[in-house]
Design a protein around this ligand. Structure first.
Ligand SMILES: [Fe+2]
Length: 392
């Protein structure tokens, strides 16, 4: 996120003496990506950020992934995944929906504060479907609510504290997530054709300072999970500056790009990650050529699996498919998909679509996790032909 930000107290020059009121030295920490060659931040701690007193292996919770066999379009209902429990948290309560070597996608209905946690294997993107709360981080706190995307850089220690139950779609990448490069200038400013810009982004505004000793932090890393115990609470930063920090963008601030005829999915792109993209479909004026067909054409996205999370409005193009709010459809490479029968005719002359959806396109196939298998509607694949083995 090449957008400079400064929060709290920092010394006038980097890498110089910065003293506490008692006369001691604050501990400077550089958080940087791509080996000191890309964005970074300098954080100033009251205690040594290196001081750990224990490290233990934690059992993996993701479960095994199964290949998408037989290959077919699939539909999953996330409301079926809500746990009947009052102490599910946004980290350990994640249920695995899909995954490949680039990204693992999960879902959680979080009701309780999570443990302190960081993902050392890649950036995370949380999409808050509903509810609200606070994401506390070493950079400061972020108030989040419905429609917020939360970008958490690799190794950013955080925890999620819901004030209302939060439905969250979680993307755990094995690399970095950011705005599409084509929307950024060479120096990182959002360009005029970008559907969002710096004014739409929220970052921490003040440090979050917490006292505590022997504080546990759960760390996801390439080999699994480890729980560290820190001598002091990691939220001890008095100030920081730089271009690497957690940030929030609300989907309602995405300004749709429209045209006289149907616009391709890349106009909805909001983020890019390693071998995947994230797109936002928002309520919008639709195609205004006098002979336009507003719903999508049938399409075979031959190089990607397409995951669509339906979060608001109604879906005229999908009428008769069983798709509703909270549904996830998976249209894998190797299949053609498109509007349900009759949807093209029904869309003629329509000038506005009231739909909100988050799409994740992955360039490697997605395998299925336990949560997907638990929430699948087996009839979906046959919803275009209205004939098939699972229909009554
Ligand atoms: Fe599609």
């Amino acid at each position: 996120m090449a957008y400079y930000r400064q929060v709290g107290e920092i010394p006038r020059k980097r890498h110089t003496q910065f003293r506490t009121p008692e006369g001691g030295l604050y501990a400077e920490e550089l958080m940087g990506v791509e080996g000191f060659s890309a964005d970074s931040a300098l954080l100033y701690h009251r205690h040594l950020p290196t001081a750990i007193v224990d490290a233990v292996t934690v059992d993996e919770t993701r479960g095994a992934l199964a290949p998408n066999l037989p290959l077919k379009p699939r539909h999953f209902k996330t409301p079926a995944l809500t746990w009947e429990s009052s102490d599910v948290d946004a980290v350990t309560g994640r249920r695995t929906l899909f995954g490949n070597s680039d990204v693992v996608i999960g879902f959680v209905t979080a009701t309780a504060p999570s443990p302190l946690y960081r993902n050392a294997a890649g950036d995370e993107l949380l999409y808050v479907q509903s509810g609200e709360g606070v994401v506390e981080t070493i950079y400061g706190a972020l108030a989040v609510a419905e429609g917020d995307y939360v970008v958490l850089p690799t190794s950013c220690t955080y925890r999620v504290v819901p004030s209302q139950p939060m439905n969250i779609l979680v993307l755990e990448a094995t690399g970095h997530i950011g705005p599409p490069k084509r929307y950024l200038s060479a120096k990182g400013q959002f360009l005029e054709h970008s559907p969002y810009c710096e004014r739409d982004i929220r970052g921490p505004v003040e440090p979050l300072s917490v006292d505590g000793e022997d504080v546990e932090v759960l760390v996801r890393h390439r080999a699994g999970l480890t729980r560290f115990t820190y001598a002091n609470h990691p939220f001890d930063v008095v100030g920081w500056d730089g271009c690497l920090y957690p940030w929030v963008f609300n989907i309602r601030d995405f300004e749709p790009i429209t045209g006289r005829v149907h616009q391709p999915p890349p106009v909805h792109q909001t983020f890019e990650g390693p071998n995947f993209v994230v797109c936002s479909f928002m309520p919008r004026k639709v195609d205004y050529h006098p002979l336009a067909i507003p719903v999508p054409y049938n399409h075979a996205n031959v190089d990607s699996d397409e995951l669509m999370f339906y979060v608001g409005g109604n879906y005229e193009a999908r009428k008769g498919s069983g798709i509703g709010i909270g549904s996830l459809s998976l249209h894998p490479s190797g299949c053609t998909h498109g509007p349900q029968p009759g949807a093209v005719e029904a869309s003629l002359g329509v000038d506005y679509f009231d739909e909100t959806a988050v799409m994740v396109d992955t360039f490697r196939p997605l395998d299925l996790g336990e949560a997907a298998l638990a929430a699948e509607d087996p009839k979906y694949a046959w919803s275009w032909a209205r004939r098939g083995p699972d229909l009554d």
